[in-house]
Write a protein that binds this ligand. Structure first.
Ligand code: ZN
Length: 165
């Protein structure tokens, strides 16, 4: 296996900028900390992995992912209208804002939703991923490549120098 090209079980460092069809930038890697992922383990979108395969350090590539290859289509069934009185009266629903809803029986289970409408009797919450239905335009630069450690291979993901997950 080539060690100087992006391939299976290598830890790949990338700088990236993510834009939508209209050019709006919605995400980018940290200026001083590139994203690192373990290639071939579905840590990132499989289509993105496939497009990065074979690149070398210093290579750049523009990669377009369809909604199906990324966060999926928007589903109208994920947009739900609730009775306003299910929520505390003092809680303010700001249209367009992102909410985190915690399951009272399972504190680890957090769902995010976007407020689509807020009236005196009902509120409408959209549980689709904020980027569902979007075509993603990645500009990517490969900045590092190294073999994964045994521990990383066993876990199926990258361990950063600090030892965190
Ligand atoms: Zn781990």
């Amino acid at each position: 296996m080539l060690r100087d090209e992006v391939g299976q079980d290598l830890v790949v460092g990338i700088e990236y900028v993510l834009r939508l069809d209209d050019g709006e930038e919605v995400d980018r890697s940290d200026a001083d900390e590139p994203l690192q992922y373990l290639h071939g383990r579905k840590n990132i979108f499989p289509s993105l992995e496939r497009e990065l395969s074979g690149l070398s350090v210093g290579d750049t590539k523009d990669i377009v992912l369809s909604p199906e290859e990324a966060y999926g289509a928007r589903d109208s069934e994920n947009i739900v209208e609730y009775e306003r009185n299910l929520f505390p009266a003092e809680f303010e629903f700001v249209v367009g804002s992102l909410l985190e809803l915690r399951d009272p029986d399972d504190a680890d289970h957090v769902q995010t939703a976007i407020v689509r409408a807020s009236g005196s009797d009902t509120v409408t919450l959209d549980f689709n991923h904020p980027l569902a239905g979007e075509t993603l335009h990645f500009s990517v630069k490969v900045v590092s490549l190294r073999p994964a450690t045994q521990e990383e291979l066993a876990h199926g993901h990258v361990h950063l120098a600090q030892g965190g997950h």
